[in-house]
Structures are given as C-alpha cells and as structure tokens.
Design a binder for this molecule. Sequence first.
Ligand code: ADP
Length: 579
Amino acid sequence: MKSLLVRFFLFSLVIAACSIAVTAWLASQATTGAIRQEQGDALRGDAEIYDRLLGIAARHRTWAEAKSEVDGLAREYGRRLALTDRGGKTLLDTGTAGSPPLPITPKVSIDALNVDSVLKPGATSKIDPRAVGPFRLTDEEFAKMRTVADRLLNCTQGKFEIVESPNRRLRVSTMPPGTESAWPECPSGEELYTVTHTESVAYEDLYNLFNGCMARLPGLYAVKPLNGRPVPLDWEVLTVRYSDPPVVECMESARREQLRPFVAEYAHLFITEPTGGQPQAIDLSTTGTNRIILVALGILALAGFASWVTATQLVRPIRALTAATKRTAEGDRTARVDGGAGEIGELAKSFNAMSEKLAETERQRQAMVSDVAHELRTPLGNITGWLEATQDGLAEPDPHLIDMLLEESLLLQRLVDDLHDLAQADAGTLRLHPEPIALDDVVDQVVNAQQNREILLRSETTPVHLSADPVRLRQALGNLVANAVRYTPPGGEVVVKLFQWQDRAILEVVDTGTGIAPEDVPHVFDRFWRADKSRSRRTGGSGLGLAITRHLVEAHGGAVSVTSRLGEGSTFRISLPLA
Ligand code: ADP
C-alpha cells in the first residue's frame, strides 16, 4: 500500500465516509427526536380530549345538554370536535357552517359506560367512575355530610384529609374506619360511613338488577343484600374485583343498565383541525432511513470518483518524473518531462534543467577527452618515431636529435600543465595568493620576457596598484602577448597598454596581426579551439591558452574580451576591479 494514488484515494474516501455518516446520524437523530416529540404532543392532546369528553358524557343525559362544555373544550385545544351517532347523524359539531365535511372514519367512540381501555389504561372498570347517576347525593345530604366532616376536621386539627367522591360523598382519605376512637373527645364521624337515603335506594335498585342477572346464571351464586352495610371506601370497589368473570359481568351490566338513562348516548368522535383537515400524523417508516442511506452512498460514490480523478492527475506527472529519472540514471540524457503548472510543474522544470546541464557536461567531458587524446598523439608520435629510427640505426642520437626530442617533451609538459590549471579551475581548487602589486611592473616583466627581434613589442603604462596574485596575472597576460606575437607577421607591432578607467584597471594587448574572422570571435576562449585547424602546434599553441586566461581573470573578479578585424589586427582586453 505504498502507492501515493491509492493512499490519497483511500484517505479521502475515509474522510468522505466519516463526514457523511456523522452528518446523516446527526440529521436523523434531530429529525427523529423532533418527530417523536411532535407525535407525543399530538397523542397526549388527543388522549386529554378523550378523557374530558368522557367526563362530560358521564355528567350529562344528552350531548345536546353538553354543547357549551364541548365548545369550550374545542376552543381550548384549537380543534374541531364533532360527535355523531352510529348512523352518522350529527349529535354535536363545534365546526361552523362553512366547515368541510367530516372524515370518513371517526377517531374513536365515546361511551361513558364502555371506556376504551387503550386510551385509558389502568382503569379497573370499563364504566367511567364519573358516571354516578342515581348515586348522586342530594344537596341536603351533601350539606349534612359537609358539616360532619368539617366538625371532625376541626376537632382533630386536620390530622387527615376529606376527599369528595364523584357522587359527592365525602370520605376520610387517610383514616381507616374504626381509628376515629383515637380522638375520644371528638365526634365519631359515623355519618361519613353510613349510606344515605339516595345511595340506599340506588344500591337497592342496583342489587335488584344484579340479582336478576345472577338468577339467570346456573344457580351458583348467592348474593347478600347490601342494606345497612357501610359504603365501600372506594367508589370503584363497586366493580366487584377478584370475583369470577360471570359475576363481574353481571355487576357491570347491572350498573350499565342502571346508569344508561343518566349518561350521554354512545357517539363517534371526530377530531380535526379547525379548518377541517385531519391533523397530519408523521410516518416514521423506514423509507426515510433508506433514502438517507441511498443519498449517502451516492455522495460517497461521487466523492470517490472525484478523489480518484484528482489523485490520478496528481500522480501522473510524478510517475512521468520517476520514469525520466530512471532513464537518466541508466545513461539516457534526452529524458524530459512535461509537468504542467504548479509545484510538480516546477519540479519537472528543474528536472529538465538538470538533465540538460548533465547532457552538456557529458558532451564537454567527451570532447575534452578526445581533444586531450588528439593533442597528446602528435608529440608522442614524434618522440616514438625518432626513438624508433634511432633504434633501427636510421638516425644518429646527436645533439640535434636530442634538442628535437626535448622540444617535444617540453610541449607535452606545457600541455599537461595547462590541463592541470584548467582542471583546477573547473574543480574550483585554483588557489590565488593575492598581494598588493604595481600592475605596471607586471606588464614590464611580461613585455621584457617576450621580446622578439622580428616584431616591435612595447608598453604604454600608467601606474596602477591593486591586490592580485602576480604569478597568475603574469600567466594570463603572458598568454595574450604570446598569441599577439605569434599571430603577427614580422615587421608588425604589438603594444601592451595599462590604464585606469573608472574603478577598473584595463590591460590591452593590441596587435597588427592576422585578426580573427567575426564568426570565430565567440569561440576563441573555448578549449582546444583554433581558427586554423590544420595549424601545427609549432606555429600554434595548445589551444588552451585563452581558456586559461579567461579562468584566471575571472578568478580575480575581472573579465576578458576581444575585438578584431580580419587582416588588420586584434585587441584583447582584460579589465580588473581595483577594490
Ligand atoms: P593557441 O595555443 O592555439 O594559440 P589560444 O587559446 O591561445 O590557443 O588561441 C586560440 C585561437 O585563437 C588561436 O588558435 C588563434 O586562431 C586565435 N587567436 C588567439 N589570439 C590571436 C591573435 N592575437 N590574433 C589572431 N588570432 C588569435
């Protein structure tokens, strides 16, 4: 897994996947939360409306009687409430005349004697406890009970609470029967535990109905009359809990029969928005999740494609560069890369520059080796030839022969010295030993050393002082003067001038010699370059003189140049900084 392409691709894929996953998770969390809350609110609202309507049904004989209460409820919850009978006839509608028709299916049915155990979980009976019918105490009975309860409360200094049952009976909530003797100085409060006349009549009726039902059962159950017994503490105990199902059923049906005329009729309930539309329940099915997954996969594919394309584009020039580097390492100097723009483009450009430089150096090295071989061949060939002739007895080893051999070996010596100087200059190890010198002295020394009978060699100097290596400067100027003398025919003139111009010392070697053709001028400072290729070393030099001069002058921070006219003469000029 070293490939930059694959790593880049996988990396961006992982990042894309992570960010998509996190975003999707957050979004779905937030949405689910919001939906749950919304739905919870709606359900709670509906359940409350249902419960309140049951209470209203329990307390009214007809829905028409309950109209104002239902209107209030509809206003309170901002809903339109409509009740119809089984046949669909409207019993009550809080909507206005312009309200749209009701939905086809009702929300739920309302019957105080048959409570929906889903909407009201935990109820012990299907009969709403608020349906009290004939059990409701008369005002007189209630007032009497109230007085007894208040007296008891005052006397016992509120040690317990008085609770009102749905039929207005008051009972002691925290004190079981019999414990009233704990306060002997207080009234017994016995009235709170005795059935009133109203209740007694209602119980009588109820038990008649109940017994009637029981009688229809196959003679298993005996029922005791309730007369004179204390009323049950809890109104709901009327449900006859823990009995056999047929007994429970008999009691329920007896109660229903007794209460039926006192409660509002069975009705279908429609709950809608005030405008008529049905409150929209939100669908929490898996389609949402599936869509999120699909979209996420789509984005992932897109991100993958994009990063693959980017990575490929990024890697292509790098691969081209690698291939080119390999070819270069194997010796191919023609390898070039097209890197385009950007950082990699820059890299490609530097590679191309490096490759070109390498090719140039290689070319120079090869030319140098072949030139050196060529230059060495002639004097060595001469020496070998003379020595073989002597060995074969064809030539005498006389002083003349020795002179000739010596001259050839001196030529070789000079060539090797020149090569050494150049190699040092190339390697940057050419050492200068600068010291304060009078440049006119250097000129005089060179001119004196090169005096020649056939040519007029003279100098025109002004005193110039600077810091330089006198030996190397003599060598540089000596090469120019030697060339001038060599390429000037007898009777000609060579003048060496020295003067100061601005902050530079100028040395000029002016001759009246053969001159240099304009097309040759740019080459005179090249190594082993000669205008006359066929010229022998005896008339010409090694072809390295001007190259060495240029190196020496440049090592002093100066420059060398030439102006020449073919057939009229040349002027070589060295300019050196004074500082
Ligand atoms: P060489 O040892 O052949 O003189 P140089 O490097 O000194 O080598 O000079 C290179 C060539 O430049 C010479 O071969 C010659 O053709 C030309 N040249 C140099 N100096 C002069 C000059 N003063 N007049 C004419 N030609 C010159």
